[in-house]
Design a protein around this ligand. Structure first.
Ligand code: FES
Length: 101
């Protein structure tokens, strides 16, 4: 997975086993989650690669506006308060590539 993911932006990817995940960068670190809202199991984004709120501060579900902490995936506002996105383990190689582990 050799993709550019700018700071405070996110990109969606399809995995080999048929899931959709997204990866976002925050303060130089990368965080990946399954693209499934814990509220109604819907995909989060309304527009392509639009996973963050307007300020780029939180991950946002476009369906009912739930907000999630970027680093932990925990829902901090909205109907799934206290639940979490499902984290996907990734490694970032020194060549800049991001790989599922
Ligand atoms: S489906 Fe995500 S907040 Fe309701």
């Amino acid at each position: 997975m050799m993709e550019e993911i700018p700071e405070r932006e996110a990109r969606a990817f399809d995995t080999d086993d048929g899931r959709t995940i997204f990866i976002t960068q925050r303060d130089g670190a990368f965080f990946a989650y399954n693209n499934v809202c814990p509220h109604l199991q819907t995909e989060l984004e309304f527009l392509e690669n639009q996973f963050l709120d307007r300020d780029g501060e939180y991950i946002e579900c476009s369906t009912h506006g739930a907000l999630f902490n970027v680093e932990s995936g925990e829902c901090i506002s909205g109907p799934c308060l206290g639940e979490s996105l499902e984290k996907v383990e990734i490694t970032v190689h020194s060549d800049g590539g991001i790989y599922l582990t």
